[in-house]
Design a protein around this ligand. Structure first.
Ligand SMILES: Nc1ncnc2c1ncn2[C@@H]1O[C@H](COP(=O)(O)OP(=O)(O)OP(=O)(O)O)[C@@H](O)[C@H]1O
Ligand SMILES: [Mg+2]
Length: 252
């Protein structure tokens, strides 16, 4: 999940898609690649103090298996947490060998768990952490918030994706765009959605994630909305989005 714009729903989408897929028996790992550690918080995974984290994997070559934790009460869901240490990685990576491919290397060496999906939650920047995610991934999901300015900066993201594809990861595919925080009462939201669909066509999931208070409350209980309030509009939408993604994957 990447979009250098902040607060568009990257973390919410990572956590809830992961939970939805895991509830269907898929084995899912969420890699928290954001020093804010929001995905770790939402997945009730310790990420303060000196817990081993993604920073040590990227910078100190710690095997990924040593930081991955099973998410409480979610048998098929795992989290690789980020601590605030990761904030330093953006700078420390600059001088390292193969600095763009550190995450890919760690994921390649990590095959013990027979995972079905690995979801990487990117920080709101186009720096080396996001580049590491783009180099490690086969697919890119861009969450787009249904607000004014939603498309601003998207061109820059797409140019970076092209550069990564040409130079570092030919497999990278912008497979999915997800419209988030859709407010059906406003004309603006539907205008943004129409514009995104006109531009990106089939890449945009049919499912749209509605703005829902339950979605924003869930993380403070260390839960995804999928368990916090499974009947809520947000939970049902993320379940639909997960189903679409799973079926699309099956078609390939
Ligand atoms: N569908 C939704 N309905 C209501 N609130 C939402 C919804 N999706 C996300 N939010 C809230 O919007 C805020 C931003 O969402 P989120 O943290 O997922 O974005 P982000 O892109 O990961 O942000 P950052 O760029 O800081 O990492 C959060 O407070 C989240 O709870
Ligand atoms: Mg986030």
């Amino acid at each position: 999940m990447a979009n250098q714009k902040g607060g568009v729903g990257k973390t919410t989408t990572s956590v809830n898609l992961a939970a939805a897929l895991s509830m269907h028996g898929q084995r899912v790992l969420v890699v928290d690649l954001d020093p804010q550690g929001n995905a770790s918080t939402a997945l009730a995974t310790e990420h303060r103090g000196d817990v081993p984290d993604v920073y040590q994997v990227l910078v100190d070559d710690l095997p990924l298996a040593e930081i991955v934790k099973q998410v409480p009460d979610m048998p098929n869901l795992y989290c690789a947490p980020a601590t605030i240490d990761l904030a330093g990685a953006e700078i420390e990576l600059v001088s390292m060998v193969a600095r763009e491919a550190r995450l890919r290397r760690a994921l390649t060496a990590f095959d013990a768990m027979e995972l079905d999906y690995i979801l990487i939650d990117c920080p709101p920047s186009l720096g080396l952490l996001t580049v590491n995610a783009l180099v490690a991934a086969d697919e890119l999901l861009i969450p787009i918030q249904c607000e004014y300015y939603a498309l601003e900066g998207l061109g820059q993201l797409l140019r970076n994706v092209d550069l990564v594809r040409v130079h570092l990861n030919p497999n990278l595919n912008l497979s999915t765009i997800l419209l988030t925080m859709y407010d059906g009462r406003t004309r603006l939201a539907s205008q943004v959605a129409d514009e995104v669909r006109a531009h990106f066509g089939q890449t945009v999931l049919n499912t749209v994630i509605p703005r829902s208070v339950r979605v924003s409350e869930a993380p403070s209980y260390g839960q995804s909305v999928m368990t916090y309030d499974p009947g809520s509009s947000g939970a049902m939408a993320y379940m639909d989005a997960a189903r679409e993604i799973a079926f699309r994957g099956a078609e390939v």
